[in-house]
Design a protein around this ligand. Structure first.
Ligand code: NAD
Length: 276
């Protein structure tokens, strides 16, 4: 299965579909990532806080794939947003991953009340200028926090990874990203296994296309132009979630899925999330 790339705003190419490992326990992460790489995934999304960077690194090495064929993302945790702490946290992540150069480093949450994300962004900029990471971006940033990053640093994040699924379609942020050349990356793309995939609109579209509801939803993300990183530890689902390049939703299908947008969040609200 071959996944198309998107080109980030600095020219770096990133697979449009990758494998997420949030809540994959360390004991299972290595085999899940190995299964994903065997199924054709070439992008892995982890984070310092997920506690499985070491196993992600092991699985990548064990795959025997050339380093440049696997795109690796990790994230700076909230307790490390001060400049020096961020540089040190990056070194620790790289030590656990066993990598020399990272593909994408993200600030995990803005935590506007703490007002440290500009410090963290300066650290990411330094890592980028030093050639230690190929692209830098953010996660869970709002229009307001993105504006400040762009205005104060003059550097546009390559990616904003945000909660995005049919019930939270994020039209305003997607429009802002498009205007500024920021790639939108969807987290919780399948609604985190909390009922979205049983929605009758999705099960009907699944019947129509002879696909599964998960495949319909992933296709919707891809056709919106988003980067998507579904998670599963079940080998059959890992394979199913990348098998989404042999069909298309038509305009009516896309419009029907758009009716599911209630604005309902599954995760924290980025304006108030303040947990370090
Ligand atoms: P997800 O929407 O990918 O849902 C995963 C769950 O969906 C699985 O645990 C399983 O229950 C179900 N599922 C997966 N494939 C399925 C299939 N084919 N059929 C039926 N059910 C299926 O949720 P997620 O893991 O929260 O998000 C994906 C990735 O996004 C994470 O692993 C992580 O890498 C990233 N993420 C980032 C943030 C952030 O703050 N930046 C937050 C959450 C997740």
């Amino acid at each position: 299965m071959s996944v198309p790339d998107v080109t980030l705003n600095n020219g770096v190419r990133m697979p449009q579909l990758g494998f997420g490992v949030f809540q994959v326990p360390p004991g299972e992460a290595e085999s899940a990532v190995r299964t994903a790489l065997e199924a054709g995934y070439r992008s892995i999304d982890t984070a310092a806080i997920y506690g499985n960077e070491e196993e992600v690194g092991k699985a990548i090495r064990a795959s025997g794939l050339p380093r440049e064929e696997v795109f690796v993302t990790t994230k700076l945790w909230n307790s490390d947003q001060r400049y020096d702490a961020a540089l040190a946290a990056f070194d620790r992540s790289m030590g656990r991953l066993g990598l020399d150069v990272l593909d994408l480093y993200l600030i995990h949450w803005p935590m506007p009340a703490r007002d440290l994300y500009m410090d963290a962004w300066r650290a990411l900029r330094r890592l980028y200028e030093d050639g230690r990471v190929r692209a830098i971006g953010v996660s869970n940033f709002t229009v307001e926090t993105l504006r400040r990053v762009i205005d104060e640093s003059g550097i546009v994040p390559a990616v904003n990874q945000i909660e995005l699924h049919p019930r939270l379609a994020q039209a305003e942020l997607r429009a802002f990203h498009a205007e500024h050349g920021i790639a939108t990356e969807s987290w919780g793309p399948l609604g985190q296994g909390k009922g979205l995939l049983e929605d009758p609109v999705l099960t009907r579209l699944a019947d129509k296309h002879r696909r599964t509801p998960a495949q319909i939803v992933l296709r919707w993300h891809l056709q919106l132009g988003c980067i998507v990183i579904p998670k599963s530890v079940t080998p059959s689902r890992i394979a199913e979630n990348i098998d989404v390049f042999g069909f298309e939703l038509d305009e009516e299908d896309m419009a029907e899925i758009a009716t599911l947008d209630t604005g309902e969040r599954l995760g924290f609200d980025p304006e108030t999330m303040n947990m370090a």
